[in-house]
Design a protein around this ligand. Structure first.
Ligand SMILES: NC(=O)c1ccc[n+]([C@@H]2O[C@H](COP(=O)([O-])OP(=O)(O)OC[C@H]3O[C@@H](n4cnc5c(N)ncnc54)[C@H](OP(=O)(O)O)[C@@H]3O)[C@@H](O)[C@H]2O)c1
Length: 290
């Protein structure tokens, strides 16, 4: 498995997104644990989660607990695994997603996440989504305090535009290590943020890198933009793998975090790190659907 870096820490070039194992359509616990173990077996050392990855109101942190349990029960060494969680987004239990970016809320939420993950300090903590009712600088200021106090080891943001990336990096004194935005062949509107991260040397973690759970599970991926299917056929691999390899090829700061709820999905996705596309293929995929 190839490596990339987040804040100086080496991580696998392909991470694992935990969300499909804890929200609508989630599998049973045994299959989730097997999926996380399959990722570790494949060399994945970045696992993305959030306190909001749960279904019912009384199970906040379902995904964080699942990941912590899977790491504990794994037979091998997990000391090199970076678990990246998030706070500031909530699920009241009716299927909706709400926001709370108040500093006092974030400072409580991070403690609960650390407890569920069973760690003294959280490896990478990401402010999940700007809260329109709270000045962005106040929310990011809370993340800076957590970093200064050693409650978190690395700080990231998510769903941020270029101005917010610059503002967050300033507030954090140049210590912003990652930006997690939606990016896939279908959703390319975060390309300016990806390019800004490449320029600033900040890791860019595309979320829903395969177009999202519904599209990926529908089997339609690759049919939307024929070029992805054609390149996949030329290499004898899945269009999922080509999609992730294309994202990796866009900049050395990119670390996709494909979600999974089956071992087979992670086993296939992890191999994208070893798939080298030609410059022509990358250009063709970038042009497809643009
Ligand atoms: N920051 C944010 O606001 C935000 C928002 C959304 C998501 N995220 C993060 O981003 C992660 C990824 O996004 P996502 O899960 O929404 O969507 P995604 O990664 O685009 O798609 C996930 C689905 O793709 C399928 N899949 C993955 N690799 C596959 C392969 N090689 N072959 C066949 N199927 C494959 C999985 O199916 P199976 O379930 O059948 O395995 C999974 O359910 C999330 O898990 C979460 O950690 C962050």
């Amino acid at each position: 498995m190839q490596h990339r870096t987040i804040g100086g820490r080496a991580v696998s070039a392909i991470g694992l997104g935990g969300m499909p194992m804890s929200i609508e359509g989630r599998p049973d616990r045994d299959r989730s644990i097997a999926t996380i173990h399959a990722a570790l077996d494949a060399g994945v050392t970045l696992i993305d989660t959030a306190d909001a990855y749960h279904l019912h109101a009384d199970e906040v942190g379902h995904n964080e607990e699942l990941i912590a349990a899977a790491l504990r029960s794994y037979g091998g060494d997990t000391s090199g695994v970076l678990v990246a969680t998030k706070g500031g987004h909530l699920r009241p239990g009716d299927g909706s997603w709400t926001k709370d970016g108040r500093p006092e809320y974030l400072k409580e939420a991070v403690k609960a996440s650390a407890k569920r993950l069973g760690v003294e300090a959280i490896g990478l903590y990401q402010f999940h989504r700007p809260d329109p009712n709270v000045p962005y600088g106040d929310s990011v200021g809370a993340i800076r305090d957590l970093l200064d106090e050693g409650v978190i080891e690395l700080a990231g943001i998510s769903n941020a535009n270029p101005d917010q990336i610059r503002e967050a990096n300033d507030i954090l004194g140049g210590r912003l290590v990652s930006v997690q935005n939606q990016f896939s062949p279908r959703f390319r509107s975060s390309l300016p943020e990806l390019e800004l991260c490449a320029q600033l040397g900040i890791a860019f973690l595309p979320w829903s890198p395969l177009g999202g759970i519904a599209l990926a599970r529908s089997g339609e991926l690759g049919t939307e933009y024929a070029a992805f299917l054609e390149v996949a056929e030329a290499h004898g691999v899945s269009p999922f793998r080509v999609t992730l390899a294309w994202e990796l090829a866009l900049a050395p700061v990119v670390v996709p975090i494909p979600g999974a709820s089956r071992p087979e999905s992670v086993q296939d996705s992890a191999q994208a790190a070893d798939l080298t596309l030609t410059d022509d293929e990358v250009a063709r995929l970038s042009a497809a659907g643009a």
